[in-house]
Design a protein. Structure first.
Length: 493
């Protein structure tokens, strides 16, 4: 089956990028998934799970590196990997750093490793929620009671209609992830009267003991207002068709500005300023990690971003000139790679003079280099495309205008800014995914996850040259997982 995936990858004409994700199972086994992605010749985004690796104890950076190296060599893509997006853990960073040293030593081309923006943003938001976590827990208990009681939820709906406090669809989300936490804040701020009314009516029950004090309500109101731009940002990130490095930097820069405004405002409470300071520290750390020419080049190749919407931290310095050099050296024309080592002895004739043929060749080379530079100059001179623009469709339409630059764009726009799908991290969907992975038995984890990914990616799997239907196999393999998940749910209840 892996041979079918290898055959698919052999046909890929562009660079590829990889993503690492990690988790532990109920059997206390530490896993790493290695996902490969690229943009095909039709400007469609492609992704395939290469392998699920069991990382041997003690599960450090060295063990991660050796497992990753084995996967890259198995699929023969180590010379074509442009980037690796990791989960921000120190062990993953160490492994990626070792991989970069290895690839640089072999002179296999450019390579960069990138922190997960979604995980960074999630940690930033956690700092913002910290002061109100006890209140959020209390509100969550109230919402769980609402969801479990038809009478209570009906009373709540009637009260929201009476007080004109919006429309609420049951069951309300109670996930401990960001989307669920924000909904708890939302209920207090937008349906506070209805919430109080239900609590008064059922004051003799457990719900009656969940009433919020004035101080708690004020704190929730402050945090809700402060984190609203964060909620809008995560919604945009989760719903974007193709999340590029450039767009994420644009959003993260906006987040950084919101944090700075709160931290420096004389109207902010001390407890909120303290939270903002911690948030700023994490934001600065991310900015430092992505402050390099590789990220700059990746960002400006997003036609919505270019140089105009690049964060100030990346727009300073000589990144633009370095980007030109990078483009000329690697994408101006295939035969220019031979020029980097200088001219050979055959070019010298009659006392060191340049031959007539070589003079013509050099003129043609200069023209081609000039044309390549002009592509980048022309591209950057035009105003950015609107934010709703389909990036891949834009490049598909404009690839004839920028034949060399579009090759680079195909490589770099496949680089992912997150190691996990944002909706899996910020929304309740991630709870189910985590539960399924946690409950998978060791003997079927690799098969279930890999085959599922290959089927979803449209890869035709064969066994002894006969194409077979793996859907039934997947159903049977997943039965044990379902039983384990059901058992976990019972234990949690």
């Amino acid at each position: 089956m892996q041979e079918d995936v290898m055959a698919t990858l052999e046909k890929v004409s562009s660079k590829v990028s990889i993503i690492l994700d990690f988790w532990s199972s109920y059997e206390q086994i530490f896993y790493m998934s290695v996902t490969c992605q690229w943009i095909d010749e039709n400007w469609s985004f492609q992704q395939v799970l290469l392998d699920i690796c069991q990382i041997p104890y003690p599960c450090g950076g060295s063990e991660i590196y050796h497992s990753l190296e084995k996967v890259l060599k198995m699929y023969n893509i180590e010379s074509r990997v442009l980037s690796c997006t990791h989960d921000n853990s120190q062990n993953a960073v160490h492994a990626c750093h070792t991989l970069k040293e290895e690839l640089d030593g072999q002179k296999l081309g450019m390579f960069c490793y990138i922190p997960c923006a979604a995980r960074t943003l999630n940690l930033i938001i956690e700092d913002g929620l910290r002061a109100t976590k006890p209140v959020i827990s209390k509100v969550r208990e109230f919402v769980l009671e609402l969801n479990s009681s038809a009478k209570m939820s009906e009373d709540f709906i009637q009260l929201t209609a009476t007080y004109q406090e919006g429309s609420w669809k049951f069951p309300l989300e109670t996930s401990a992830r960001w989307s669920g936490n924000y909904q708890m804040l939302d209920i207090v701020c937008k349906a506070g009267k209805s919430m109080d009314g239900v609590m008064r009516k059922y004051e003799e029950t457990i719900v009656g003991r969940m009433a919020l004090s004035t101080a708690e309500k004020n704190a929730v109101s402050i945090v809700h207002k402060y984190l609203e731009p964060f909620y809008k940002t995560t919604n945009n990130i989760c719903t974007n068709k193709l999340l590029t490095i450039g767009l994420v930097l644009f959003f993260m820069d906006h987040i950084s500005e919101m944090i700075t405004l709160c931290r420096d405002s004389r109207h902010s409470s001390d407890w909120l300023k303290n939270a903002a300071e911690d948030m700023a520290t994490k934001s600065r750390s991310y900015t430092t990690q992505v402050g390099n020419i590789f990220i700059f080049m990746t960002a400006i190749l997003d036609p919505r971003i270019k140089c105009e919407l690049i964060p100030e931290s990346l727009s300073s310095g000589n990144y633009l000139e370095e980007a030109r050099t990078l483009f000329i050296r690697n994408y101006s024309n295939s035969h220019f790679s031979s020029m980097t080592s200088g001219y050979g002895a055959q070019e010298i004739e009659d006392g060191g003079g340049v031959s007539f043929a070589e003079e013509i060749a050099r003129k043609k080379r200069r023209v081609s280099l000039s044309n390549a530079t002009d592509e980048l100059t022309q591209y950057l001179s035009e105003p950015p495309a609107p934010i709703p623009t389909d990036v891949l469709e834009w490049w598909k339409v404009n690839s004839t205008r920028y034949p060399r630059l579009s090759v680079m764009a195909r490589d770099f726009l496949a680089v992912q800014p997150t190691s996990v799908a944002p909706e899996d991290l910020f929304c309740s969907k991630g709870d189910e995914i985590d539960k399924q992975r946690f409950c998978m038995p060791h003997d079927s984890t690799q098969a279930i996850l890999c085959i599922r990914s290959w089927m979803q990616g449209g890869i035709k799997l064969k066994c002894k040259s006969d194409e077979i239907d793996y859907e039934r196999v997947m159903e049977m393999a997943g039965a044990t997982t379902a039983e384990n998940t059901a058992g976990l749910d019972k234990k949690q209840r």
